[in-house]
Design a protein around this ligand. Sequence first.
Ligand SMILES: CC(C)(COP(=O)(O)OP(=O)(O)OC[C@H]1O[C@@H](n2cnc3c(N)ncnc32)[C@H](O)[C@@H]1OP(=O)(O)O)[C@@H](O)C(=O)NCCC(=O)NCCS
Length: 192
Amino acid sequence: MIQLDNFACHNIHLKTERLKLRPFKDADFDIAVPFYKDPDLLYAIEECPPDEPITTEYLKKAGKAMRNGGFLFAIVEKVSGRTVGEVCLQWMNLDRAKIEGEKIMRLPIAIWDKTLWGKGYGKEVVRCLMAHAFEKLGIDRFCPVDVPANNERSQALWLSLGLTVSREADDGKMLDFEITRSEYEKIYQKNN
Ligand SMILES: CC(C)(COP(=O)(O)OP(=O)(O)OC[C@H]1O[C@@H](n2cnc3c(N)ncnc32)[C@H](O)[C@@H]1OP(=O)(O)O)[C@@H](O)C(=O)NCCC(=O)NCCS
């Protein structure tokens, strides 16, 4: 049996052109905390950021919820070796986005360092994990959910990869996106 001594409890390592995705470790929370003090990052993720200070323990609690329902990765920049964000390929846990008989995943993602936003890193990560989800895990539908309606950058990311808006939630404050297996195959596997 493989010994999984990392926080994420999986052993999947993936690579993109400029990034590595590796299992999230306990020490990564300490790296994340200073970035979570930046309101730009907090407001991108949460419509109403928490009042309490963001600590390692706070992030760990959120991290546990993600790792218990999926595959939590640290995003590592190859050129610098720095851990620059987190992403979780997570089984769908929202009733509104579940469909009986379908395997569906969501994908919370945060590149912590805002100086790295808009350089194509998000697209590299999502492209890689979407391929993993459809081609290795055999999902039927990929559905990033709870995207704040004012987070244009995140919406542009999903749209640029061929996803569409599937529904509005929370009185239009949040948007859910999706791409089905057949749509994915049409866009990404047409040359196979
Ligand atoms: C959202 C996030 C993951 C996107 O990753 P990124 O590396 O910044 O985005 P990319 O550079 O890969 O850009 C993806 C697409 O969005 C477009 N885009 C990037 N920034 C944009 C902006 N400010 N406005 C509009 N479009 C934008 C890009 O042009 C690209 O589309 P294209 O390939 O058709 O040109 C990243 O910005 C992030 O982690 N932000 C903070 C946390 C967050 O918002 N998480 C998501 C919560 S739902």
